[in-house]
Design a protein around this ligand. Sequence first.
Ligand code: SF4
Ligand code: SF4
Length: 225
Amino acid sequence: MFNALRKGFGLTAKTMFRPAVTTEYPDVKRQVQPRFHGRHVLNRYPDGLEKCIGCELCAWACPADAIWVEGADNTPGARYSPGERYGAIYQINYLRCIFCGLCIEACPTRSLTMTHEYELSADRREDLIFTKDQLLAPLPEGAKPPPHTDEEVRARGITYYPGAQSQDPLATKEHSEETAAHRAMLDPALMQLSDVEYNHVERDRNIWTEYEEPQGELSDSEEGS
Ligand code: SF4
Ligand code: SF4
């Protein structure tokens, strides 16, 4: 009995002056790995158009049946995405989602990616079914909210799927110029790359967090880093 007490107090005395290894959550947010699977985001092009084309591939890929998409046609006067269709209804049920990432692998336009946000809890079931307005990335600075008209989109003269253009062996000079304009819009540094190098960059870009996550609340807090 005395030995056990001595050992216990000895252990307490030995560890009480060591630095704490626990994280004082929620005051200090846990640092996540770059490819952490957090809440989803529906990305936009730099001009504000939505990347989602309402193809439903993400919903078909989801093993938990957590995604509901309904596509609708773009019209010349009301265009939400560069393709024929756009995602008119988009929902993710976070009571079902297992954060496997299969949906973002399936997305052909890299519309759907995953952020580092892991604080997902609510008191009501309805609050964990995220709708399109909650999932859409914020509008880039200076961009116009959709819908856009076909005229204004055409006037920008950009190619929304540069990977497909630059892989086309018959790509014309005009295609290359359009691709260059798109690169310049994304990042002027991309102008230095050849088409092949650019394709690799596009593919390997951090597909989990396509849009710039806001600093602060949900990233690592300054006091924690
Ligand atoms: S992360 Fe997995 S479970 Fe969650 S919505 Fe995507 S495919 Fe479905
Ligand atoms: S998020 Fe991607 S896969 Fe899902 S409907 Fe939109 S474009 Fe298709």
